[in-house]
Design a protein around this ligand. Sequence first.
Ligand SMILES: Cc1cc2nc3c(=O)[nH]c(=O)nc-3n(C[C@H](O)[C@H](O)[C@H](O)COP(=O)(O)OP(=O)(O)OC[C@H]3O[C@@H](n4cnc5c(N)ncnc54)[C@H](O)[C@@H]3O)c2cc1C
Length: 372
Amino acid sequence: MEKHLVLVGGGHAHMVTLANLHDFIEKGHQVTVIGPSPYHYYSGMGPGMLGKMYAPEDIRFATRYVVEKQGAAFILGKVVRVDPEAKTVILESGEAVSYDVISFNTGSYVPRSIVNDGEKDVFSVKPIENLMDAQSRILELVPRKKITISIIGGGPSAAEIAGNVWRLTRDHGPNTPKIQIFAGKKFLSHVPNTMQSKVAISLKKRGIKILEKDYVKDIKTGQITLESGQRYDTDFIFLALGVKPSPIFKKSNLPTGPDNGLRVNKYLQCTAYPEIFGGGDCIYFEDRPLDKVGVYAVRQNPVLYRNLMASLEETVLQPFDPGGDYLLIFNMGDDTGILRKKRLVFGGRLAFLIKDHIDRKFIRKFQAMEQT
Ligand SMILES: Cc1cc2nc3c(=O)[nH]c(=O)nc-3n(C[C@H](O)[C@H](O)[C@H](O)COP(=O)(O)OP(=O)(O)OC[C@H]3O[C@@H](n4cnc5c(N)ncnc54)[C@H](O)[C@@H]3O)c2cc1C
């Protein structure tokens, strides 16, 4: 019997499913993909795009084109709510789309609760598309005067953004901006000390300041206030605070984890509604809470593809095994990287080349579908 599969978001965890939509269609099912952009941007290469190491076309996948080419439907829009009893999702436009089986890969967002409404020149690092607007605005401001660029956040994305905004602006002579990271109480507190110190040294030797005094309490245009009350002037702000899963699930009263991510079992299946699946940053994997890194979304790909098919065809589901430790490499923006795998940590050109090779291979594999 023909069933309707709906994919919400064409992120990292849906790539294999997107590449194989024709399989679902050949089996007589209808498929609809809903997303706010015709493209999906690969976050691993986002900071490099900010620094002009990569062009936007190098790091994106033409979701809409690939979906429609395989005979599936693409709806340009954003899902805001799910009605699991009626098996329907509601879009921002008010449109309702019904499903038999659905999968969410809607990612995460950077909370903006410390930003006053209507503030200018404050850019979140997600969605990755924001980095293109940030780049244009910085290149507009830099020739006018020596600006200060502030990055709020003390995690890996703050480190990569700082290094790559340095790359973007380094050739502006006396107007080369001042770059500062507001890292809360401790910069890179979740990575091993050896990696943390290599990253800090790499940034500091290029004049990038790392402030580890206090958390930021409030942001107004041109001003950052810490919890202590201390104020800092700035011209431009990147928000690289810890991400939170998409808010859809909490709003829809679906089971969620403590982070409000969709609570899923070992089959990446919602714990209350077996026809709802999810992957990537938007889920809470109840067996073992996972870091919000693309690595897990990528590892979930084949399992999600297989389980969506199994759910439509009423066959056996496959459990997801998150696997062991993952390789972490930062693109420092100066053609070097800093790599960590288990207890091994090293920095330099080779670390960057490994990251560049892995990232290009990943995106090219999916971009190849645009040519066939
Ligand atoms: C600057 C930066 C650099 C990073 N670098 C790395 C790295 O090198 N390696 C690594 O492992 N991780 C990295 N990460 C973490 C990584 O971005 C995330 O873990 C990864 O993007 C998660 O993938 P995802 O598919 O869940 O979400 P996303 O990549 O965010 O994809 C979500 C998709 O859903 C769509 N969407 C969102 N909301 C809706 C909605 N309401 N309705 C419909 N569609 C929607 C979006 O348009 C998007 O296409 C980085 C993060 C940042 C911010």
